[in-house]
Design a protein. Structure first.
Lengths: 214, 381
């Protein structure tokens, strides 16, 4: 699948900088687990996988604590499930080559994701199409992280797009804008009968009733 | 033997001319406004409760002296009872946001008060151009939370408020739609707010609880009833929850709010009060909104609520309250009298057949004393 997909064009929250920070933290955590892997002391591939997963969860948690403005953990019923939200867009990760079909449990949305998608009902009046986002982690032959790819699934679980996330991108200095508050003009009540020309009192400019917003 | 003179009533006292039909509904409104039972009114006017009941039901035309007595006891001129009620506030049109301990007597008083306000507004409409009523109706079919969210967002879009930013003057949004907002004049903490959906849409606020952010929520809550529950009996747990959710969604649209809420630490009260300053909603409403949208979990929500209860914010009001934009339509209309229109407040009162005291009680505006006409001074020669 050609790597022309730009996730931020579909979801403004999924910027390259943010995704890069997440995958860099994941890569470092998983490679650290590999560095401390000691088969001679009874550890197996199974325990290595568990260690990588637990360390990945810790890395995401730590990153969310230091970046609460855009990264949050999504509460899930299943205790070991790790779902996080990038500025409201829920994301999960799994270990597999991205071109292959993902494990079935990752192709379906979780209850935490469904709750988050309720908030993303529409953008500027355009109904939001529910898509799932997963980070597919691919290892090399030495079990080190080779690449991490953002995979977009449609609601049938089919892969629609992929984006290989670069490691170590510098964080952007751009801040999100907040929408301007809505300020309303006061209601004015023009008289039905003509005003007395000799006894005008009050502000003449307010004669027309206005319903506009500032 | 000196001739004693028997004091007689001034002829002018009898100058009012009773019209053909006595309107029992007006007697009921006046009685409920004074928080009197049929029995207590009967005692005060030396009549039987049965007679009062018959008069209110329109099955008995009371004598002129009894009508005069009604007027004296209830604070209305006798002719008040001989005019048709053009816009009666029926029970099924009214919604109360109240405690379960709120007495029916208090609710009846508020409803009667609102009906009297409706009469005042009815008279003012013949003098001033009020905004036409523009309340969108979105009745709920599935009655789900997402349907309520959509109704609130559709309402904001209908009024060109967008769904991205906070509304700085919530009351004005409803006043532009022709809703009359009245600061509550009933001295009770049992009723938070009241609304009526009908030809004259009215929202009453209770300002005995000093919390502008709560008044904003009350306005939006009652607005929710006007938008979602026209012709539906309200007061059930379901309708109140729907109106609460509407108020939250109207004041804090889900997408924009979740974006702002996620920009800080949900466990930090400084962050919550920063959101309060921006969105003009109470910290309680913000925490509840975050919980409803899944931004905080149940444990965090309960901890926050415990914190607020401990500091008595729910009872005494919260810190960092926003400024409140006082309702402007009714007060603006009344201050126009005698200035921008010829009719004075006293003339309006006379049209309504209220006594000056009752007029003040209903509108909160004091009727200026009529200018005395001085008789010409005869000079000494």
């Amino acid at each position: 699948m050609p790597d022309t997909f730009k996730p931020w064009e579909r979801q403004p929250a999924l910027t390259a900088e943010r995704l890069s920070r997440i995958v860099t933290a994941l890569r470092d955590a998983r490679d650290d687990a590999l560095n401390s892997y000691e088969p001679l002391k009874g550890e197996t591939v199974w325990t290595l996988g568990c260690s990588k997963y637990e360390r990945s969860m810790l890395a995401i948690r730590s990153l969310s604590e230091s970046n609460p403005t855009w990264l949050t953990l999504v509460p899930e019923v299943a205790r070991l499930r790790c779902t996080f939200a990038v500025d409201g867009v829920p994301v999960r990760f799994y270990h597999q080559v991205p071109d292959f079909d993902p494990p079935a449990k990752y192709a379906a949305s979780t209850d935490g994701e469904d709750r988050h998608y309720q908030m993303l009902f529409e953008v500027d009046g355009v109904p939001f199409r529910k898509m799932l986002y997963r980070l597919a982690i691919e290892d090399d032959s030495a079990r080190k992280v080779k690449s991490i790819t953002l995979v977009e699934f449609d609601d049938t679980g089919a892969i629609v797009n992929e984006y290989t996330i670069p490691f170590g991108l510098a964080p952007s200095k751009i801040l999100p804008l907040q929408a301007k508050p809505v300020s309303l003009e006061p209601v004015t009540l023009p008289p039905l009968e003509p005003e007395r020309p000799d006894e005008k009192v009050g502000n003449d400019e307010n004669d027309n009733s206005s319903t506009g917003t500032k | 033997m000196t001739k004693t003179t028997i004091p007689v009533r001034e002829q002018s006292d009898f100058l009012w001319e009773p019209r053909q039909l006595f309107w029992g509904a007006r007697l009921q409104i006046a009685r409920e406004f004074k928080e009197l039972t049929q029995k207590s009114l009967a005692d005060k006017v030396s009549a039987s409760p049965a007679l009062i009941s018959l008069c209110e039901a329109g099955r008995k035309n009371p004598s002129t002296d009894l009508v005069q007595a009604f007027g004296e006891v209830l604070g209305f001129e006798p002719n008040f009872f001989y005019q048709e009620v053009e816009d009666l506030f029926h029970e099924e049109q009214c919604s109360f946001r109240h405690r379960r301990s709120a007495q029916e007597r208090v609710k009846a008083k508020v409803r009667a008060h609102a009906t009297l306000i409706g009469m005042v507004v009815g008279c003012l409409r013949s003098l001033l151009k009020f905004p036409s009523q523009n309340i969108p109706h979105f009745p709920l079919s599935k009655r789900t939370a997402s349907e309520v969210e959509e109704a609130a967002e559709a309402c904001r879009k209908h009024w060109n408020l967008g769904i991205d930013g906070p509304i700085m003057q919530v009351g004005r949004a409803f006043e532009h739609a022709g809703v009359i907002i009245v600061p509550h004049l009933v001295k009770t903490t049992k009723i938070d707010a009241f609304s009526r959906c009908g030809p004259t849409a009215v929202i009453f606020l209770n300002k005995t609880i000093p919390s502008p952010s709560r008044w904003h929520f009350d306005i939006a809550h009652e607005g929710g009833h006007l938008v979602m529950h026209p012709g539906i009996e309200t007061g059930s747990i379901e309708t109140e929850r729907e109106a609460d959710r509407f108020a939250s969604a109207f004041l804090m649209p889900r997408k924009a709010f979740s974006r702002d809420f996620s920009m800080g630490d949900a466990a930090d009260w400084k962050h919550i009060f920063a959101i309060k300053r921006r969105w003009q909603a109470s910290a309680g409403a913000i925490v509840r909104r975050a919980y409803d949208l899944g931004l905080i979990d149940a444990v965090r929500y309960r901890k926050a609520y415990k914190h607020m209860s401990f500091h008595k914010w729910t009872v005494n009001g919260e810190p960092e309250e926003p400024a409140f934009q006082e309702p402007e339509i009714l007060s603006g209309a009344l201050t126009s009298l005698g200035t921008r229109v010829k009719t004075t407040i006293d003339e309006l009162r006379q049209q309504l057949h209220f006594t000056p005291e009752t007029f003040k009680e209903v509108t909160g505006v004091i009727v200026p004393a009529a200018k005395l006409k001085l008789s010409p001074v005869i000079p000494f020669h």
